[in-house]
Design a protein around this ligand. Sequence first.
Ligand SMILES: Cc1ncc(COP(=O)(O)O)c(C=O)c1O
Length: 404
Amino acid sequence: MQDTDSYLKIDLPPIASERMHRLPPYLFGKINARKLELRQQGVDVIDLGMGNPNDPTPDSIVKKLQEAATDKRNQRYSVSAGVRNLRCELARFYDRHFQVGLNADTEVIATIGSKEGFSHLCLATLGPGDVVLTPTPSFPIHIYAAVIAGANVIGVSQNEGEAQLLKNIAHTCENLFPRPKILMLNYPNNPTTMCVGTGFFKEVVALARKYGFYIIHDFAYGLTTFDQYRAPSILEVPGAKDLAVETMTLSKGYNMAGWRTGFVAGNADMIRVLASIKGYYDYGIFQAIQIASVIALREGDAFLNEQAKIYQDRRDFLCDGLNRIGWAVEKPMATMFVWARIPEKYSEEGSIAVSLKALEKAHVAISPGRGFGEDGEGFVRIALVENEQRLRQAVQQLKREFPQ
Ligand SMILES: Cc1ncc(COP(=O)(O)O)c(C=O)c1O
């Protein structure tokens, strides 16, 4: 077994730019590499590490792609901002689900997955001297997109819940110079699965007005919600479009992670600078994928619910199993993850060592909380991307290696 320290060591060749030295080693990449090594040795690893949906994209969407791919008009460069039909369909989707009106020409842009949109938006809006606030623990790109753009990132803990997070944001704004330019948000949250209500967004928008910052809200899990919970869009708050955008993706709800289709919607100035930088970098998503994505948005509402129910059932199954073997976990209201506190008996070892032991000995890949920053220590993130039989096997194997 490799030691924990080697997973935190920066190891870059001399060609790497100064900017690369501001990035920590990509912990998840290293753990993934070890998982692949084990698989090559014939080990049956149960992979609950990444939020990579394991179920198929609906047939109607795949069929549309097949049809559109044979049309030679779709084989040329497309438009960087996305074809108008796709942007209009996203506007209709927001109207139907959130009663939010969007101008498809000025307030919507298609992106190559939401991560690309998010990252280039940071590059188009941030630079040296700018400050960004990010709730911690965080999905890595919510910190490092800003770091790559040259900005400084200040973490504000979200571990104590909504009300305290609002106080942390206000307190940091009061005491920081220069004041933050952008606040990154992500609810339902990866990795913590924290969910918020519209009241939270109202207060955050009021803080943004008071302290003069913009907001980027990552809404990747907005439609993967369970039981009676419905996740609000930040754009539902009156006036939010004056200062906020929301990133959205087809990756999760429609099982289209490999297709790379996402959006940024909301504030027209932010969309405009993103469109401008993207105009330099890319020629848009393969047009046949854009056409198939229209079908997903237009006809996929029932599928979204069915897929969320699959995650909900897996959530129940996994949480009940983990609780039975002594891991006290709470059931999340949304996302495709369980954020599990490491049992006290093993918490001293730290989340990286626990995750490595889970991989090497129990043959279950999970993500160490430490990979989401120091505030994630004490937890592991388990993705609901295997069926119930595999989840049962995972729980049994964890029980064997982590006896109580
Ligand atoms: C919070 C969050 N945002 C964005 C992404 C990436 O989404 P996309 O596939 O649209 O780039 C993920 C994927 O894991 C995620 O968890």
